[in-house]
Design a binder for this molecule. Sequence first.
Ligand SMILES: Cc1ncc(COP(=O)(O)O)c(C=O)c1O
Length: 352
Amino acid sequence: MAFIKDGKRIVDLRSDTVTQPTPEMREAMFNAEVGDDVFGDDPTVNRLEAMAAERMGKEAALFVASGTMGNLVALLTHCQRGHEAILGDQSHTFLNEAGGAAALGGIHPRMVKNQPDGTLLLPDIQAAIRDENVHHPRTRLVCLENTHNYCFGTPLRAEYTQAVGELAHSHGLKLHIDGARIFNAAVALCVDVKELAAPADSIQFCLSKGLGAPVGSLLCGARAFIYEARRNRKMVGGGMRQAGVLAAAGIVSLTKMVDRLAQDHANARRLMQGIAEIPGLVVEPVHTNLVFFRFAPEVKMSEAEFVQALEQRDVRLLSLGPRRFRVVTHCWIDADDIESALDAMREVMRKA
Ligand SMILES: Cc1ncc(COP(=O)(O)O)c(C=O)c1O
């Protein structure tokens, strides 16, 4: 599969969210059996939810429009107004979800520093948990992100998540995992995704990233939790009707797109090796499908000039500024695309 624009092949490395539905997904969407999902009548959504719950080792699951909605509904379900949720300072939920939990749920975010490997140190979590005191919000929830987007796509190990779960539960708190790319973590660590999800009271994962579906995420947890989450999904306008058209693509994601993530990881490693050899670029170690690099101090070119020069060579990437970039491999990128991207970067940097 390749992106073709005006007869030219485009290497779009901005994100794994740019993936388009595969021919098999389009076929499944076309043929999907549907019903009104708000009445619980959509057999395809029901099937996807059952599959997702089974894959995560949870009792139940809820199909939501996006990762942002999955995290928001999870926080709204675990917390009441005035409760506090512990979040990594580099977490997507804190940085990039429009402050929804605070704006819509009155949930107070408590920042804990993310380590470069995406973890929160256990003593830091412990120190952030509030004592019972009339002056304080009540801590209710700890959130982790796996893989960790802004911490170089690092997967969090099951033993670490287990330790955070034990700490949270020993204080009567819940653990939520933003598992937007949890299958990348499972593939990279060679473990069953259930092991990564087991310590969590809730986990959301995205179909619309490396798994290639056009839309959707699943929030998974205990049956009683998902019952309440369904009400909160309705409250935020996420009750979709004949959503089986979308869920059908998600079923293909879960059945056909998980194991191939290993190819994306191999392509990301090849990108890292290639970038490491380009004078003027400094690349971070790669763990999954996200590759981060930056300009060396001597480079005078601006980020915008670099992005534009690559765009002119049909290669797209994201500037994270200052002097930092991200490239992401996915199912619409093959080994030839990686070499084309590296050729383009070499040429641009020769002129820098
Ligand atoms: C780690 C993480 N969580 C949540 C999201 C939000 O997903 P969505 O874009 O589907 O709302 C993203 C999106 O990139 C993400 O990277």
